[in-house]
Design a binder for this molecule. Structure first.
Ligand code: HEC
Ligand code: HEC
Ligand code: HEC
Ligand code: HEC
Length: 155
């Protein structure tokens, strides 16, 4: 063969070998096709353990029940029973160790997030009772009149 044909072939081979060497060092040894085959198993094996070790930030209200039974009981018999505690108080993570106390937001913004009236009849959001924050007792915190754990209005 003439060298002008061979030369590009050597270049291609060189690039291929370089690619394989770099790949050898960059791709972790446990990456590849695992037990479940190519479609579901194509991943780094040790990543499974990393996800299992990841700590869930949110605990759901089952976790609060024993220590804060008063708040739990009242909210479960109220119109707010579908809201998780952590929706208002933030993630519990390792509470009561870390953080020792969860946040308490006493401001209007907490409630307006869900209760500002929205005129969208097709969305579920408009089924939540809404007020106009500009007109509904402005300047006063909602919790001076409504109990967040028992917001039921007189029927
Ligand atoms: C193992 C018991 C325990 C569990 C479980 C627990 N807490 Fe607490 N919580 C405490 C203790 C102790 C304090 C600090 C003392 C206090 O203020 O009552 C506290 C404080 C708080 C405070 C601040 C109270 C204040 O007056 O400043 C809030 C809010 C709170 N917890 C919410 C929650 C929520 C929501 C959950 C569930 C996701 C939860 N806690 C789970 C024991 C617990
Ligand atoms: C709609 C938002 C909201 C939800 C849901 C909610 N809280 Fe609260 N929580 C508040 C607010 C606001 C306060 C402050 C009330 C005040 O100072 O009058 C508070 C106060 C508290 C306190 C301090 C003591 C007290 O009663 O004032 C604890 C403890 C607490 N909440 C636990 C819980 C737990 C446990 C749940 C779930 C079972 C929960 N909260 C669900 C908004 C909420
Ligand atoms: C001064 C006391 C007071 C304050 C402060 C207050 N409310 Fe009210 N709220 C009431 C009373 C009384 C009613 C029932 C009569 C009515 O519908 O106006 C009511 C009704 C509501 C209703 C039901 C509306 C309906 O369509 O039936 C919602 C939702 C509500 N309030 C949310 C809030 C929110 C959110 C805040 C804070 C941004 C707040 N309120 C502040 C006294 C208060
Ligand atoms: C995560 C969304 C959410 C947040 C935050 C929230 N609420 Fe509600 N609230 C609801 C839902 C859902 C209902 C039940 C549907 C309804 O009746 O409107 C409700 C119902 C109510 C009602 C009407 C109860 C009845 O008898 O009809 C009042 C009053 C109320 N909430 C006040 C508050 C106040 C005050 C705060 C702030 C401390 C607050 N809510 C925060 C979602 C929320």
């Amino acid at each position: 063969m003439k060298s002008h044909v061979l030369r590009p072939l050597w270049v291609v081979l060189g690039i291929l070998i370089l690619f394989l060497i770099v790949r050898h060092f960059l791709v972790p040894p446990d990456f590849g096709i695992q037990e479940r085959g190519f479609m579901y198993g194509y991943h780094r094996k040790s990543n499974e353990g990393e996800w299992k070790a990841l700590k869930a930030k949110y605990k759901t209200r089952k976790y609060c029940k024993d220590c804060h039974s008063d708040e739990y009981e009242s909210i479960m018999s109220s119109k707010h029973s579908i809201i998780q505690c952590e929706n208002c108080h933030g993630p519990a993570i390792d509470h009561p160790q870390k953080p020792e106390k969860l946040a308490i937001n006493k401001g209007r913004s907490l409630c307006i997030r869900c209760h500002a009236f929205l005129p969208y009849p097709t969305s579920q959001r408009s089924k939540i009772k809404g007020i106009d924050p500009e007109k509904h007792n402005p300047g006063q915190e909602c919790i001076t009149c409504h109990d967040p754990h028992e917001p039921n209005l007189e029927e």
